[in-house]
Design a protein around this ligand. Structure first.
Ligand code: ATP
Ligand code: MG
Length: 255
């Protein structure tokens, strides 16, 4: 398998010399192309910080991060903006939709910036909107939508770009179980059919059971890894017992 994400000795410290918070402590891991990896761990463990660094929105304090063969910590602003546009898609909890554009235009904006042909833009908007149940509301504006609908629009906007790597921070956090299931099925489908690599933070063991492997973080270090073997139900049960072990301060399984 080809490694697509290679993180070595990643640390992140906030604050100044006198008042430091070490959020990530010497994390090293790799992700192969086509993997669907979950990141779990208690609130404040550093999951969002990790996702922000991997998607080049925040800088690490120390460490190297190779994504699709390039070290993103060594890129200048212009290289980073090309990298973000060409290689990655993110679905974050803050949706960052543009209030003055309708849903259709919110979804197609990155495609238009990328100068895709109009027929291709239409095709992608229609297919992602249909898969995420947004077809009927394409003409509405973000403020007229529910939180869950807005989350699906943000997902559609990222997925319509057909990125090679997708970073998702609690993508199902504001969705009801039906919409969450649809989004997860869609993520699984592009993972399987288009070989998209997905890294997804979640608190929810059911959501996590769609992944092939889960990395558990606690207090900025890796606590354990659980790999899917056998059925999704067996994997789900393992994820639940690992969550319980973390909450109970259980023994640390070295990675
Ligand atoms: N900009 C910042 N300045 C200082 N501290 C920060 C900053 N951003 C995050 N932190 C701290 O870093 C730690 C990890 O935060 P992070 O958002 O990565 O956690 P998380 O695992 O995503 O938690 P949650 O599950 O609640 O989303 C927390 O203690 C948080 O207070
Ligand atoms: Mg978070």
């Amino acid at each position: 398998m080809k490694t697509i994400i290679d993180v070595q000795h990643l640390s992140k410290t906030y604050g100044n010399r006198f008042n430091q918070t070490k959020v990530l402590k010497d994390l090293s891991f790799t992700v192969d192309k086509g993997e669907f990896v979950g990141i779990m761990g208690p609130s404040g463990a550093g999951k969002t910080t990790l996702m922000n660094i991997l998607s080049s929105i925040a800088l690490p304090t120390f460490g190297s991060i190779q994504i699709a063969g390039q070290d993103i910590t060594k890129m200048n602003e212009e290289e980073l903006s090309d990298f973000r546009r060409e290689k990655i898609g993110f679905i974050f909890q803050e949706f960052n939709l543009l209030d003055t554009l309708n849903i259709r235009d919110n979804i197609l904006l990155p495609l238009a910036i990328d100068r895709l042909p109009l027929s291709e833009i239409d095709r992608r908007v229609e297919s992602t909107a249909e898969l995420l149940g947004l077809t009927a509301i394409l003409q509405r504006y973000p403020e007229e939508l529910s939180v869950g609908q807005r989350q699906r629009v943000a997902a559609a906007r990222a997925l319509a770009m057909q990125p090679e790597i997708i970073f998702a921070d609690e993508p199902t956090g504001s969705l009801d179980s039906k919409s969450a299931g649809e989004l997860l099925n869609y993520l699984s489908e592009i993972n399987l059919k288009e070989d998209a690599t997905i890294l997804m933070v979640t608190h929810d063991p059911y959501t996590a059971s769609y992944c092939n492997r889960i990395l558990f973080i606690k207090d900025g270090v890796f606590f354990a890894e659980v790999v899917k073997q056998g059925s999704r139900k067996e994997f789900f049960d393992k994820v639940i017992s690992m969550q319980a072990a973390i909450a109970g301060g259980g023994r640390r399984d070295a990675l």
